[in-house]
Design a protein around this ligand. Structure first.
Ligand code: FPP
Length: 240
């Protein structure tokens, strides 16, 4: 029996801030990049498990718009890792009914990485099992700014009246257009911040924090987070 059958409610969309790679490496006297290598293995394990247990949509935060300020050797190590895992996804995710989307501005990535993103997004589009959003060069504020700019352009072109702009229209101009908002956001590693992740979409998300560093995160930890979510009383601003 999977965890999904065990629980009375199950999230339609789970977001994960994969945090703690650097601290995990430091504790072992290893370079930070070693923490990202370990974190990438866990990313793959958790993504495949999420698909297996029937989470309809999973978003992982892989690289934020602020992460460019890290030392150049760490940024390069991350770019290499993304390339490796995207290549791996072509081989190992293609027979799993997973639709992969990328959230964020990929225009600044190296050409090879951009091409991998385009290839994967195109080839996996329409798969119905699980949507896996990989947020890379993603920031919630940048995403909202992009949506506002696009709506302002439509107004300027005479194709949209300001009064017709509503919340649904804004949602439909975000990278996550067409997806349900996250019900559950998980942040391991002990930090209790949203860090510019899915700012608009997380308006009513339940948060689960814990002290586990991402490279130590297991499928059992995800089960525990799903159990915790199922115990929460969601009121969406109303009363129950
Ligand atoms: C945050 O931990 C983690 C990141 C900025 C990178 C996340 C990337 C991965 C898990 C690699 C694989 C991802 C894919 C999609 C292949 P941190 O470095 O801020 O840790 P710290 O807070 O302990 O320093």
């Amino acid at each position: 029996m999977s965890i999904r059958d065990e629980l009375p409610v199950f999230p339609r969309h789970v977001g994960i801030i994969m945090d703690g790679n650097g601290r995990w490496a430091k504790k072992r006297g290893l370079p930070r990049s070693a923490g990202h290598v370990a974190g990438a293995k866990v990313f793959k394990k958790i993504a495949l498990y999420a698909a297996e247990i029937g989470i309809p949509c999973l978003t992982v935060y892989a690289f934020s718009t602020e992460n460019w300020s890290r030392p150049p050797e760490e940024v390069s190590a991350l770019m290499r890792l993304f390339k490796t895992y995207l290549q791996d996804a072509i081989d190992n995710f293609s027979d799993r009914d997973i639709c992969i989307r990328f959230l964020g501005d990929s225009s600044v990535f190296p050409k090879e990485l951009r091409e991998l993103e385009t290839y994967i997004a195109r080839n996996s589009a329409g798969r119905k099992g699980m949507t896996l959003n990989i947020a890379m060069n993603y920031g919630g504020r940048a995403e909202i700014t992009r949506a506002v700019r696009s709506l302002a352009q439509a107004v300027e072109a005479g194709n949209l009246r300001p009064d017709d702009i509503d919340e649904a229209m804004i949602s439909n101009h975000l990278y996550t257009a067409g997806e349900p908002d996250p019900d559950l956001i998980i942040r391991p590693s002990g930090e209790k911040r949203i860090s510019n992740f899915l700012l608009w979409q997380s308006a009513y998300a339940e948060f689960v924090y814990n002290d586990i560093l991402w490279p130590d995160y297991t499928t059992k930890d995800l089960d525990d987070a799903l159990r915790e979510y199922a115990r929460r009383s969601r009121r969406f601003g109303g009363v129950k």
